[in-house]
Design a protein around this ligand. Structure first.
Ligand code: MLT
Length: 267
């Protein structure tokens, strides 16, 4: 389905009963809504599951002139999510974000906390990029502009999956998604990621129930980052560690991920 919101023709998948409790799934970079397929299948009997393709990703396109690096921000992407919720007449939702989706979840909490019923923070971090990480993003942006989106797959794939999952179907699926993403969109999002704010100070302000979950072998946002998030959110449980999974824990070990999700949602 598509919604015209915030200057976008935004694709989103919606499944489950219209009167079910809404859960919004926010994918990581540079993926699309389909990375949540196993979670949606597990929850759609009961929950109203909404999984958009975020700005610059998947089937979502901008309605105005093409955007330039520096014009897209994580805050901007959070406003897109709010515009979609408004369009769907959803006042409050559980927000489940992975990695970049987690950065967007923090941005939602920063400016639209009453819209957030509870938070599921998967394979993400609260802190900003180090200067080295920023420079790596700018170098990757140059490489993607020169060589195309396959440069992003070559650079990213080995760190996205646990070594044992690198030749899995999930890894092939992610490779195909990244390679379909236009280079200019990858570059715009790399700048948005590099320029995102530090959300560490926001953590003690989080008062809604929060699940923090991470792949055992996550090399991008390792379990130590999940620990740091939990330590700063009053009353948060320890992070759930998903075994046999890297950065894409919902895809790499959906059984364990979905169990944690179900346990959290049924509390
Ligand atoms: C993601 O999965 O969204 C990215 O790894 C986020 C990042 O590079 O910081």
């Amino acid at each position: 389905m598509f919604a015209e919101v915030n200057g976008l023709r935004m694709f989103y998948e919606e499944r489950g009963p219209a009167d079910g409790e809404p859960i919004v799934f926010l994918h990581g970079f540079p993926f699309d809504h389909s990375m949540w397929q196993h979670q949606i299948e597990a929850l759609e009997q009961t929950y109203r599951c909404i999984a958009p393709d975020l700005r610059g990703h998947g089937q979502t396109t901008t309605l105005g002139p093409a955007q330039q690096p520096g014009q897209v921000s994580i805050a901007h992407m959070a406003e897109d999510v709010i515009a979609l919720l408004n369009d769907l007449h959803i006042q409050q939702a559980t927000v489940c974000g992975l990695s970049m989706g987690g950065y967007i979840a923090f941005a939602l909490w920063r400016t639209h906390a009453p819209r957030v019923r509870q938070l599921i923070l998967a394979d993400t971090r609260a802190g900003p990029d180090s200067e080295e990480a920023r420079q790596n993003r700018f170098r990757l942006a140059e490489l993607v502009l020169a060589k195309g989106s396959t440069a992003a797959t070559d650079a990213m794939l080995p760190r996205l999956f646990a070594p044992a999952n690198l030749s899995s179907r999930a890894a092939q699926q992610i490779r195909a998604i990244i390679e379909r993403t236009p280079p200019a969109h990858i570059v715009n999002t790399l700048y948005a990621l590099a320029n995102r704010p530090d959300s560490t100070a926001l953590l003690p302000t989080i008062t809604v129930p929060c699940l923090v979950i991470v792949g055992e072998h996550d090399a991008i946002t390792p379990p130590a980052e999940a620990e740091l998030i939990c330590q700063r959110i009053a009353g948060a449980q320890s992070p759930i560690i998903v075994p046999d999974a890297g950065h894409l824990s919902p895809l790499e070990n959906p059984t364990a991920f979905n169990q944690a999700l179900a346990d959290f949602l049924r509390r």
